[in-house]
Write a protein that binds this ligand. Structure first.
Ligand SMILES: Cc1ncc(C[n+]2csc(CCOP(=O)(O)OP(=O)(O)O)c2C)c(N)n1
Ligand SMILES: [Mg+2]
Length: 339
């Protein structure tokens, strides 16, 4: 069922010669833009009835997944949440296969059976996306038990609201006792569904891992370079045997929690203020300033991603649905022998 990969790594480089950091920065920007356009596409196809179930978009938070994904090695693993399209793409999952999955097509990364919230792609280090909050924490903690024998590190992505759940406390304690190689990547977007985090959270989030002896850091989660630097150092400490690491990555989602949320709980001016710190804008500013990329170089990337997404939509809509008899054979072989 797999079709030829369209992984966005194939996008053309700008014509002029760029320095290593500029070239790399442009690639980080491109990956974030693929996530942004992918999510806008999912939203639009959802409204047209092409995407079923529900969706939770990562728009505004793209620097987190891209920054972390950029520092992982082949043997590492990561677990995402129901806001997991961005986590998957940041890890290198093929955007076409992911879009096909959203549309329930056979060429989807999970054969069209997972939909939006349960994507898994072991070939790209993704051990699952979890609709149950905290599921990513327990999955990554378990993976870390095995990975310490393979020089690998596991990453758990989760939101700040999840730090009030039992999984968080149990797993961090266990990981600290066992000194597991795991990075707990807490994406603090200020809200858990419709509730401001400070209304339901006692004390400082960072104090929780710190009291377990876990190295903690709070970073600007909208600056992909800041995420990359913090995640890179944390992952290497974990790999070196220093035990679990915790990052609180401050960010903001520009859209509702899920499809039916108009965001009425936002404080006045809050969204506009955060949009001035849009990860794409932050990256463009650094690229065209400090890193010396001409604006036309960034525009070329924009155009290439637009074209890529347009082609992806056409291909996804034309892709066949899975054979309805397949789930029985694939996932429950014993059912064939049931009376
Ligand atoms: C165990 C469990 N309880 C409740 C829910 C319902 N729920 C879905 S998302 C969410 C809020 C999570 O907020 P946060 O951890 O901050 O992540 P964000 O959605 O902001 O990325 C809740 C309570 C759930 N999915 N799983
Ligand atoms: Mg949140």
């Amino acid at each position: 069922m797999a079709r030829a990969t369209t992984n966005a790594a194939a996008a053309p480089a700008p014509a002029q010669e760029l320095s290593g950091p500029a070239q790399h920065g442009l690639e980080l920007y491109r990956r974030m833009l693929v996530i942004r356009r992918f999510e806008e596409t999912v939203q639009s196809l959802f409204q047209k009835g092409e995407v079923h179930g529900t969706t939770h978009l990562y728009i505004g938070e793209e620097a987190g997944a891209v920054g972390v994904g950029d520092v992982l090695k082949a043997q590492d693993r990561a677990a995402g949440t129901y806001r997991g399209h961005g986590h998957a793409l940041g890890l290198g999952v093929d955007p076409q296969a992911l879009l096909d999955e959203m549309l329930g097509r056979a060429s989807g990364v999970c054969g069209g059976r997972a939909g939006s919230m349960n994507v898994i792609d072991l070939a790209h280090r993704l051990i699952g996306c979890f609709g149950i909050i905290g599921g990513s924490i327990s999955a990554a903690t378990g993976a870390a038990l095995a990975l310490r024998r393979e020089d690998g590190v596991a990453v758990a992505f989760f939101g700040e609201g999840t730090t009030n759940h039992g999984y968080f406390h149990e797993c961090l304690n266990f990981a600290a006792v066992r000194k597991l190689p795991v990075l707990y990547m807490c994406e603090n977007n200020l809200y858990g569904e419709f509730t401001p985090w400070e209304d339901v959270t006692a004390g400082e989030i960072e104090a929780r891992p710190r009291t377990l002896g876990i190295h903690t850091e709070t970073i600007d989660g909208n600056d992909v370079w800041a995420v990359r630097e913090a995640a890179g150092a944390a992952v290497e400490r974990a790999r070196a045997g220093e035990g679990p690491q915790f990052i609180q990555s401050m960010t903001y989602r520009f859209v509702g929690h899920s499809r039916s949320d108009p965001g009425a709980y936002r404080k006045p001016g809050e969204l506009d203020r955060w949009k001035q710190r849009d990860p794409l804008l932050v990256a463009r500013t650094k690229l065209t300033g400090e890193l010396g990329v001409p604006p036309s170089g960034v525009d070329e990337v924009d155009a290439a991603v637009e074209a890529q997404i347009d082609a992806m939509i056409e291909a996804a809509l034309a892709a066949p649905y899975p054979d309805p008899s397949l789930p029985v054979r694939e996932f429950a072989p014993q059912a064939e022998h049931a009376p």
